[in-house]
Design a protein around this ligand. Structure first.
Ligand SMILES: C[S@@+](CC[C@H](N)C(=O)[O-])C[C@H]1O[C@@H](n2cnc3c(N)ncnc32)[C@H](O)[C@@H]1O
Length: 279
């Protein structure tokens, strides 16, 4: 956190060069003309220092964020994962590994051998797609060409498609299980209900969805440097997500928030297990 409010009108800048997360215009506008109310590293900021050092930084960051706003979110995600595919793979081996394994087990335990499973946003295919492919016929889909290239090398037994998961044309009732591990969170939230409806249509009656969705509402969440590339996320709060899953025609089997430290900060996802009703 680069800028914190202490309950009064004071604003504290807690990293001298401003944290990348410092994107909140309302907070910053509060400093306008009131430089004596701002503290740097816990000490009152000298107005000149603030004006000369911090305001240009803030302006440059606004400019960069405005530049990114003009880009298509899908392009940010696609190019981002093309750039960080290897790094993400490495990071994911130590981050949320137990969580991935536990939720992959839901499909592994519940579906019969040979079941048809779709992995939406499969990434480089490890560990999840590979585990699923040992027991099921798996199709992995990812928007990033580099992720798909790695997934083909890592999991030769599965079929992979490079595509946007919101643009898939798949036959209704063609999958017994669908995994969406940390991928719906990268889809603009106004497209997520339609995606859930598609998922419901692709499942056979009795089929299962296992998905990590957002736990907090953010129309746009943007990081200029996520593992080395700009990245975009979007999502609703947990309750809205559960309502959407039900509205899409699925019955929620379980919905649990899972919190794990990422870069030393607690990060929460809502894990949904949902079933297409048997008519
Ligand atoms: C955080 S990674 C997760 C990868 C893998 N599921 C895992 O658990 O490690 C998110 C993946 O979703 C993919 N993705 C994001 N938005 C997508 C979209 N609209 N269509 C297809 N893939 C998408 C990204 O390219 C990325 O590989």
């Amino acid at each position: 956190m680069g800028l914190v409010k202490d309950g009064s009108d004071r604003l504290h800048i807690d990293t001298p060069l401003m944290a990348e997360s410092l994107m909140d215009k309302t907070l910053l506008e509060g400093t306008d003309g009131q430089v004596h109310d701002v503290a740097v590293d816990g000490r009152p900021a000298h107005p000149e220092r603030l004006r000369d050092v911090f305001f240009p930084t803030i302006q440059a960051m606004y400019q960069r964020q405005d530049d990114w706003k003009d880009l298509d979110p899908k392009q940010i995600v696609q190019e981002g994962y093309d750039d960080i595919a290897e790094h993400h793979h490495e990071w994911a081996q130590t981050t949320r590994a137990e969580e991935r394994a536990r939720y992959a087990s839901v499909l592994l335990d519940e579906l019969p051998p040979g079941a048809e499973v779709l992995d939406l946003g499969c990434g480089a295919g490890v560990p999840t797609t590979r585990e699923l492919a040992q027991r099921f016929q798996v199709t992995g889909v990812d928007i990033s060409a580099r992720q798909i290239e790695l997934a083909r090398q890592n999991v030769p037994g599965a079929r992979f498609v490079q595509a946007d998961i919101t643009q898939l044309d798949l036959a209704p009732g063609s999958f017994d299980g669908i995994a969406a591990f940390y991928s719906i969170i990268h889809v603009p939230r106004q497209e997520q209900l339609k995606l859930l409806q598609d998922i419901a249509s692709w499942l056979r009656p009795g089929g299962l969805l296992v998905a990590a969705m957002s736990a907090h509402s953010a129309k746009v969440d943007f990081d200029e440097d996520f593992l080395g590339a700009p990245m975009y996320w979007s999502g609703f709060d947990g309750e809205t997500n559960q309502r959407m899953v039900e509205e899409a025609g699925l019955r929620i089997v379980s919905a649990r928030e899972e919190t794990v430290p990422e870069f030393d900060q607690p990060v929460t996802f809502l894990w949904i297990v949902a079933q297409k009703p048997v008519l």
